[in-house]
Design a protein around this ligand. Structure first.
Ligand SMILES: Cc1cc2nc3c(=O)[nH]c(=O)nc-3n(C[C@H](O)[C@H](O)[C@H](O)COP(=O)(O)OP(=O)(O)OC[C@H]3O[C@@H](n4cnc5c(N)ncnc54)[C@H](O)[C@@H]3O)c2cc1C
Ligand SMILES: *[C@@H]1O[C@H](CO)[C@@H](O)[C@H](O)[C@H]1NC(C)=O
Ligand SMILES: *[C@@H]1O[C@H](CO)[C@@H](O)[C@H](O)[C@H]1NC(C)=O
Ligand SMILES: *[C@@H]1O[C@H](CO)[C@@H](O)[C@H](O)[C@H]1NC(C)=O
Ligand SMILES: *[C@@H]1O[C@H](CO)[C@@H](O)[C@H](O)[C@H]1NC(C)=O
Ligand SMILES: *[C@@H]1O[C@H](CO)[C@@H](O)[C@H](O)[C@H]1NC(C)=O
Length: 498
C-alpha cells in the first residue's frame, strides 16, 4: 500500500473515531463529590453552569471533559463552566474547603494524563471567550477558554497578530502558561516574552490583575508556571502589525525523506531571516514513513531562495500559497491526528546535524514498525523545530519561569506517539522514553552539551524531574506558590507541581 492511500484511509478513520465520545464507566461517583458539585451549583451566578454526565447524553459535559488525546481525559463527577472571575473564585474556595480533586482545562491539548482532567470536578474555561483589541496600547485581551484559531480570526479585521500557536485547535491557556513556541518566535521570542498581563483568580477567591508592576513575582511565575498559583481567566498579549503570510503544508513520501532532511539542514545553516520558519515532521503511519512539512514566511512573498529546495522535492500533497494567518494555521492536519491515546516527549537540541537528522528518521521507522505491530501504535511522529539559536534573546535573563536560562538557545524536538488500546499505555510511554534517551545520546555524541539543558513543559513526559524544566528557578517558584496559595489548593489539580 502506498503511504498516500494509507494516510488518507487513516485520517478518515481517525476523524470518525474522534467524533464519538467516551463511554461513562457506570456514572457512579462518591456521594461527597456530587455534594460538592451541588454546593458549587448553589454558589455560582447564572453566568456559570454545572453539568453532569447524564449517562453520556450531555454534549456540554462531554465537551468539558474532552481532550485532543483521549488518554488525557477522565470521567469527572461533574463539569463546571465558570463565566466570571468571581465565580471562579467561589468555585476554588469550595474545592479548597472540601479538599476536592479538580482540573482546569483551556483547549484540552495537554499530552500528559491527568494534567487537565480529573475524576473530581472538571473546570472548563470555554465561557472566557473574548478577543478585545486595544489599539491605544497595542494589546489584546483574550479569554482563557479560546483556541488560537479564534484569537487569529478575531484579530484579522484589526490587521494585528500575537505570538501564538502554529497549528489548528491548540488552547491559548496551557500553551501560554508553559512558554509558547510560535511561527513568530524567531522574530519576537516565546509567547511569554510578548505578554503584558494576566487576570488571575487565587484559591482564596481574590481576583488579581497581574502585570510586571503590580505583582512582579507572579508575572515571572506565570511565564511557564501553569496552574500552580491559581486559575488564569484572561491573558493580555502584545500585538504587532500583520498582513498576508506565505506558506502551508507539503506531504512527502518515504523515498524523498532524505531530500527533506538535506533541505532542512541547509535551511538551518543558511537562513537567518527571522520571518522564515519550517516545521518538518517525520511520521510513521500504516506501515511506512512520510514527512509533513509546514512552511511559514511572515509576508506575502518569501525572498527568492529560502524555500526553493523544499519546493523542488516531489510531493504527495501540496497546499502552499499567500493567505491569511488563520488560513495558514488551519491548513495543518493537527485535528486529524488527535482522537486517539497519545503521549509527547522531548529532547532539547542546540543545532541539527546530519547524524541527528538521520537518527530522527531511524527512530521514527524503528519505533513505527515495532509499535504498530506490537502495541497498537497508529502514529509515530518526530517534529524537528529548527528555530534560530537566538530564540531566547528576545526577553531578559530571569524574566520567566521557563526557560530557566537564556544563555543558549534550545530547539525543542517533539516526540509524539498515538495508539488505540489503553493496555499499551505503559509500553508506549516507555518506548518514548527510550527514544528520547537514544536521541539524547546521539546529540551528545555530536559534541552538544545538553546534559542539564531545560526541557519544554508542554512537550515533556509526566515523570520528567521538575529540575529539568525549571532548573535553578524551582526554589523561587515554590516561594511564590507558598505566598499566593498557602494552603496548597492548586495541588488538588494535576500538572507540573512546585
Ligand atoms: C496538535 C498540537 C500542536 C501543538 N503545537 C504547539 C506549538 O506549536 N508550540 C508550542 O509551544 N506548543 C504546542 N503544543 C503543545 C501545547 O502548548 C500544549 O499541549 C498546551 O498545554 C496546550 O494548551 P491547552 O490549553 O490546549 O491545554 P490544556 O490541556 O487545557 O491545559 C494544559 C495545562 O495548562 C493548565 N491550564 C489550562 N488552563 C488554565 C488556566 N486557565 N489557568 C491555569 N492553568 C490552566 C492545565 O491545568 C494543564 O496543566 C501543541 C500540542 C498539540 C496537541
Ligand atoms: C440571571 O440573573 C439575573 C439576576 O441576578 C437576572 O436578572 C437574569 O434574568 C438571569 N438570567 C437568566 C438567563 O436567568
Ligand atoms: C515581544 O517581546 C520582545 C521582548 O520583550 C520585544 O522585543 C518585542 O517587541 C515583542 N513583540 C511584540 C509583538 O510585542
Ligand atoms: C479543529 O478543531 C477545533 C475544535 O477543537 C475547531 O475549532 C477548528 O476549526 C478545527 N480546525 C479545522 C481546520 O477544522
Ligand atoms: C536505529 O534506532 C534503534 C533504536 O533506537 C537503534 O537500536 C539502532 O541502533 C538505530 N540504527 C541506526 C543505524 O542508527
Ligand atoms: C487572598 O490572598 C492574597 C495573597 O495572599 C491576599 O492579598 C488577599 O488579601 C487574600 N484575599 C482574601 C479575600 O483573603
Amino acid at each position: 500500500m502506498t503511504w498516500s492511500l494509507a494516510a488518507a484511509t487513516a485520517l478518515v478513520g481517525v476523524l470518525t473515531a474522534a467524533s464519538s465520545v467516551a463511554v461513562s464507566p457506570g456514572g457512579v461517583y462518591p456521594r461527597d463529590i456530587s455534594d460538592v458539585c451541588n454546593q458549587i451549583k448553589a454558589a455560582i451566578t447564572n453566568d456559570s453552569a454545572v453539568e453532569f454526565s447524564l449517562l453520556d447524553f450531555n454534549p456540554t459535559y462531554n465537551k468539558d471533559v474532552g481532550h485532543w488525546m483521549t488518554s488525557s481525559s477522565q470521567q469527572a463527577a461533574c463539569s463546571v463552566e465558570p463565566g466570571t472571575a468571581e465565580d471562579v473564585g467561589k468555585i476554588l474556595q469550595i474545592l479548597g474547603d472540601t479538599n476536592t480533586p479538580f482540573a482546569v482545562k483551556g483547549g484540552g491539548h495537554a499530552s500528559n494524563p491527568g494534567w487537565s482532567s480529573t475524576t473530581g470536578v472538571q473546570i472548563a474555561m470555554y465561557r472566557f471567550g473574548e478577543v478585545n483589541y486595544d489599539s491605544t496600547t497595542n494589546t489584546v485581551t483574550v479569554g482563557a477558554g479560546l483556541i488560537w484559531d479564534d484569537v487569529y480570526a478575531g484579530l484579522e479585521e484589526h490587521e494585528v497578530m500575537v505570538v501564538g500557536g502554529r497549528v489548528t485547535g491548540v488552547g491559548v491557556a496551557g500553551f501560554t502558561l508553559g512558554g509558547g513556541f510560535s511561527w513568530k518566535t524567531n522574530q519576537f521570542g516565546l509567547t511569554v516574552d510578548n505578554l503584558s498581563g494576566y487576570e488571575l483568580v487565587l484559591a482564596n477567591g481574590s481576583v488579581l490583575s497581574v502585570t510586571a508592576e503590580s505583582y512582579p513575582d507572579l508575572f515571572f511565575g506565570l511565564k511557564g508556571g501553569y496552574n500552580n498559583f491559581g486559575i488564569v481567566t484572561r491573558f493580555v498579549l502584545n500585538t504587532h502589525p500583520q498582513g498576508q503570510v506565505w506558506g502551508g503544508l507539503i506531504t512527502i513520501t518515504a523515498n524523498h525523506a532524505d531530500e527533506v532532511t538535506a533541505a532542512t539542514l541547509k535551511f538551518q545553516n543558511s537562513v537567518s531571516d527571522p520571518k522564515a520558519a519550517i516545521l518538518p515532521t517525520y511520521n510513521f503511519l500504516i506501515g511506512s514513513l512520510g514527512v509533513s512539512l509546514l512552511m511559514f514566511y511572515d509576508g506575502p512573498t518569501p525572498p527568492a531562495g529560502i524555500f526553493d529546495d523544499f519546493l523542488a522535492i516531489p510531493y504527495f500533497t501540496k497546499d502552499v500559497s499567500t493567505r491569511s494567518f488563520v488560513d495558514l494555521v488551519q491548513v495543518s492536519p493537527a485535528n486529524a491526528t488527535g482522537g486517539q491515546r497519545g503521549i509527547f516527549h522531548t529532547v532539547s537540541v542546540l543545532e541539527y546535524t546530519p547524524a541527528i537528522m538521520a537518527a530522527v528518521k531511524n527512530e521514527s521507522e524503528f519505533w513505527g514498525e515495532r509499535l504498530s505491530l506490537t502495541a497498537s501504535g497508529s502514529f509515530i511522529s518526530y517534529d524537528v523545530e529548527p528555530f534560530l539559536s537566538s530564540l531566547f534573546s528576545h526577553a531578559p535573563e530571569g524574566s520567566s519561569a521557563y526557560p530557566p536560562s537564556r544563555a543558549q538557545g534550545l530547539l525543542p524536538l517533539n516526540i509524539y506517539y498515538a495508539w488505540t488500546l489503553a493496555a499499551y499505555d505503559d509500553v508506549m510511554h516507555d518506548a518514548a522514553r527510550q527514544s528520547a534517551a537514544q536521541l539524547t545520546a546521539v546529540v551528545e555524541a555530536e559534541g552538544q552539551d545538553i546534559a542539564g539543558a531545560a526541557l519544554y513543559g508542554n512537550y515533556a513526559m509526566f515523570d520528567t524531574p521538575l529540575e529539568r524544566l525549571y532548573g535553578d528557578n524551582i526554589a523561587k517558584l515554590q516561594a511564590i506558590r507558598a505566598t499566593y496559595d498557602p494552603n496548597g489548593v492548586m495541588a488538588l489539580a494535576g500538572g507540573w507541581k512546585f
